[in-house]
Design a protein around this ligand. Structure first.
Ligand SMILES: Nc1ncnc2c1ncn2[C@@H]1O[C@H](COP(=O)(O)OP(=O)(O)OP(=O)(O)O)[C@@H](O)[C@H]1O
Ligand SMILES: O=P(O)(O)O[C@H]1[C@H](OP(=O)(O)O)[C@@H](OP(=O)(O)O)[C@@H](O)[C@@H](O)[C@@H]1OP(=O)(O)O
Ligand SMILES: [Mg+2]
Ligand SMILES: [Mg+2]
Length: 373
């Protein structure tokens, strides 16, 4: 339950996602079992008439993506939602729009991994650089300065949540630089024997699934650029020819992930990104065994997550509790600040500072807090 006493979870997901997950029936049942109701937000209508909500859970990456591209309708939907949330700070947003938006810029999510301590455990993200131009000579210089080696991948700078935003290419040599489609990030290809680990995060819990991935590639003057869509490669049922290891590279040694490092990845990124619903793609580099984070997604598919809806429900409710706790402690800090002024004055005057009496200001502050909760 939340500050307002409401036990309503507001949600917004695309029709595709609702259908795929059987959300309206199966997740609604789980919520009901726990005494919560589930209400779909109508983003075209005033939200004030649709609440009160204790928590809002959403996947708005497509709308955020359109607003980044300047679509007026999408901008107004996001603005309306932001204004509503400003007016209702008691609502826990899973996940906060600003944090989701930041994650969608691939370079910001890679930057966040760089600034973390994960490298101490041999967990890295490959070097990357943004390319803004189609000029081959400019790109050649930028890539050289950034230390990007061949082959490298070009991924659209913003993961816009459209099918095209999952289209990317592998460039093998300078001849391939003609295929750069800016704005994109260039990221060296990491050989990993075609095994991908997807970490599906639900707040403090997560589940790892093993997926097909791209085979090993090497620098080559002959090789032409390979274009592909990530959804043809790394879904559970993908059978792409790009995932079949060359005969000389085929191995019987299974690729294994180190769960201690997976734990660290989840805890660190959840906290640095300020998000609870995450999909983190990790590959294990051949020979070095470094764990390499190549992609982070907001609200992923969770395909294969055991007892998904019960875990999702617990995650959402815990996010609500955490939100309430952090607001309470903010208010207590505020109250402590208000109290600190008069007591400091008393202390400075040489009086006994060991008094426990509440000042009028403190009482007023505490009343204000009580009213809020
Ligand atoms: N740096 C890399 N080195 C080797 N392989 C990579 C690298 N980056 C991506 N890949 C391969 O390309 C696939 C797609 O890349 P990525 O995960 O970045 O795309 P995406 O469209 O954001 O994926 P998702 O559908 O998970 O959002 C990965 O699943 C992996 O097989
Ligand atoms: O269905 P959605 O639109 O949420 O698609 C998401 C997709 O889930 P799906 O597999 O259920 O399609 C995810 O797959 P997994 O990593 O979990 O395999 C991943 O590709 C996300 O990046 C996609 O989100 P988008 O980047 O397009 O916003
Ligand atoms: Mg991915
Ligand atoms: Mg992605």
């Amino acid at each position: 339950m939340t500050e307002s006493g409401s036990k309503v979870i507001g949600y917004w997901l695309s029709k595709k996602k609702i259908l795929k997950l059987n959300w309206t029936t199966d997740f609604a049942d789980v919520c009901k079992k726990h005494g919560y109701s589930l209400v779909k937000l109508n983003l075209d209508k005033p939200l004030e008439d649709q609440g009160p909500f204790s928590i809002i859970v959403h996947k708005l990456t497509e709308v955020i993506g359109q607003s980044i591209l300047g679509d007026k309708k999408a901008e107004s939907i996001i603005n309306r939602l932001e204004k509503y949330l400003e007016k209702h700070p008691e609502i826990a947003m899973v996940d906060p729009l600003d944090n989701v938006r930041r994650l969608m810029y691939r370079s910001s999510s890679y930057d966040i991994i760089y600034t973390s301590q994960l490298h101490e455990m041999d967990v890295i993200t490959p070097t990357f650089v943004e390319l803004y131009s189609t000029d081959i000579n400019i790109n050649k210089e930028i890539l050289k300065a950034a230390g990007i080696t061949y082959p490298f991948l070009c991924k659209q700078s913003v993961a816009l949540s459209t099918s095209e935003s999952h289209t990317m290419c592998i460039i093998f040599n300078e001849r391939g630089l003609k295929d750069v489609q800016p704005p994109c990030v260039a990221q060296p290809f990491v050989n990993h024997n075609a095994v991908l680990f997807k970490l599906y995060v639900l707040g403090g819990r997560y589940h790892v699934v093993r997926r097909p991935s791209l085979k090993n590639f090497h620098p080559s003057e002959e090789e032409e650029t390979i274009f592909f869509n990530s959804h043809d490669v790394s879904k559970p049922d993908s059978r792409s020819a790009l995932s079949v290891l060359d005969e000389a590279e085929a191995t019987n040694t299974p690729v294994e992930a180190d769960m201690r490092r997976m734990d660290a990845i989840v805890t660190t990124l959840r906290s640095l990104l300020g998000m609870d619903l995450l999909g983190i793609d990790v590959v294990v580099e051949n020979n070095s065994n470094r764990h390499v984070i190549i992609d982070i997604n907001a609200y992923p598919g969770y395909d294969g997550y055991p007892d998904l809806f019960e875990n999702l429900f617990q995650c959402i409710v815990e996010a609500g509790d955490n939100h309430r706790r952090s607001r309470l402690s903010e208010c207590h800090l505020l109250s402590a600040k208000v109290t600190a002024r008069p007591s400091h004055a008393i202390f400075a005057a040489g009086d006994n500072c060991d008094h426990g009496g509440e000042t009028a200001v403190n009482q007023a502050a505490n009343k204000a807090i009580e009213r809020q909760f």
